[in-house]
Design a protein around this ligand. Structure first.
Ligand code: ATP
Ligand code: MG
Length: 334
């Protein structure tokens, strides 16, 4: 289309977007809009893999799309759409599933974490990375900008692409993950050994893009800290304060060593007070645009419809090739 490499990014409508999603993924997506031919997908089929309330899914889909637009995704330059609007994702998922093995899916860290402690583990959680591979391969994406947690899934996507190409002939681009070192893994505010997640049952564990200033101040004030009061970056021994330093550094655009110097001898509470103001200021323009979009939700829905039409065109063409390579359907009449 543009001659630029294509990038594919997905995000689940599983809850309010948090600063981990923003710093680890969305912010980079916005910055890279001119570098790649971008597709941004709200992956609602993935959001079904854990128990959810059907009446909440559509509002959440619109909310996530609004957050992306408010953060600076430009639908003129990029394709923004909803996964379930393009049926080809599920068709390709099935085909790739015939190539994936039980053993490799069982080894996925996300599967192990998301199924831990549940009596009933849906097969969807198990199949999650195969659907993700389909999302990416369907559009010949060369680059997948993600947070660190998705590295293993992109590795699987690469393996499935290569396996398909070996079995049925050269068909798919083998994609590369693009993981930025800074912000790739923002941790929970209540447990710095766990990543910040939309699906964490404790809302105090994350700061959402929509959180009002008072809520942000409270969450940061109550965030877990490490023993000893020194503001120093040491992920091994001081994971909590190191996480807060990362958040501060990315929002304020100040390198971590400079922050360590500024807060030398000052203790956690002053640091946290300033951090709250930095986060509030960083989110303010996004929140303002979110309010503007909320006043006219038709804009978001029309944008997603237009995006789906453009994505569908690409997906249908690719699936014709895939079906042919796999020998599916009827032979042509001559
Ligand atoms: P869920 O808990 O429902 O899985 P999530 O917070 O993990 O939600 P996703 O929709 O799964 O969010 O992921 C969207 C993008 O955000 C992905 O690129 C993912 O790598 C990135 N991401 C998610 N959590 C973090 C985090 N804590 N730090 C940095 N990036 C993250
Ligand atoms: Mg996730």
């Amino acid at each position: 289309m543009t001659g630029k490499p294509r990038a594919f990014s997905g995000i689940q409508p599983t809850g309010g977007i948090h600063i981990g999603n923003y710093l680890g993924a969305i912010r980079n997506w916005v910055l890279q809009q001119d570098q790649y031919d971008n597709m941004f997908c709200i992956v609602d089929l993935h959001a079904m893999t854990l128990p959810y309330d059907a009446s909440e899914l559509r509002p959440r889909t619109v909310e996530v799309a609004s957050a992306l637009l408010a953060a600076g995704i430009d639908p003129q330059r990029s394709i923004l759409f909803v996964q379930s609007d393009v049926r080809e994702h599920t068709e390709l998922c099935w085909i790739l599933g015939t190539l994936a093995t039980y053993g490799e899916l069982r080894r996925m860290t996300q599967f192990k974490e998301k199924s831990k402690g549940s009596e009933r583990v849906g097969a969807g959680v198990f199949f999650y990375p195969v659907l993700q591979a389909a999302d990416i391969l369907l559009y010949d994406a060369a680059v997948v900008p993600v947070g660190e947690d998705q590295k293993q899934h992109i590795e699987l996507t690469r393996d499935l692409a290569m396996r398909f190409n070996r079995t049925f002939g050269e068909t798919f681009v083998v994609p590369e993950p693009d993981i930025k070192p800074a912000g790739a893994r923002i941790m929970s505010l209540t447990d710095p050994l766990k990543k910040m997640s939309k699906s964490d049952p404790d809302p105090e564990s994350r700061i959402e893009l929509r959180d009002p200033p008072d809520v942000i101040r409270r969450k940061i004030r109550r965030a877990v800290t490490d023993s000893e009061a020194e503001v120093r970056f040491d992920e091994e021994r001081k994971p909590a304060i190191s996480n807060l330093l990362t958040i501060y550094s990315l929002f304020a655009d100040v390198p971590i060593p400079e922050l360590e110097r500024r807060y030398a001898g000052k203790g956690y509470s002053e640091f946290k007070r300033d951090l709250a103001e930095v986060v509030i200021a960083g989110l303010q323009p996004i929140q303002q645009r979110l309010d503007e979009l909320a006043a006219d939700p038709g804009i978001v829905i029309r944008t997603l419809r237009g995006g789906a039409a453009r994505a569908r065109e690409l997906a249908v063409a690719k699936m014709a090739v895939v079906r042919d390579r796999c020998g599916l359907g009827l032979p042509p009449l001559d």
